[in-house]
Design a protein around this ligand. Sequence first.
Ligand SMILES: [Ca+2]
Length: 134
Amino acid sequence: MDRQCCMSVGGGAFEGVEDQVSPFGYGRGEGVDAGHGDPEWICSKEKPHYDQIFQSLNPMDGKVTGAAAKTEMLKSKLPNNVLGKIWKLADIDKDGFLDEEEFALAMHLIRVKTDGHDLPAELPSHLVPPSKRN
Ligand SMILES: [Ca+2]
């Protein structure tokens, strides 16, 4: 052994990520957790911007088709399987279309993912659009 093993030194500031001791642990109000506990729907903040994109996709009866939404979502350069997952989370009523809120949610989830955060298996309740919470 002519090299000191870095592992024996300890993680320093990055130690304890698993048990949320460091600021890099999961559940620090980032990624899908952002907006948890806020009275306002997190997607509302960026919604005017998302609405503009939504309108540019020629919505019919207030909804955009899967094909139109897909074209926009592909611009994120995320892989198809990731976008498919985002679609499933965002199309809350599973009608194969995205309304204005579902679209904003899809855009939000794309942002979460491109920012390097993980996507949830199921949509956390604070991300469900207000109009779809019972
Ligand atoms: Ca829908």
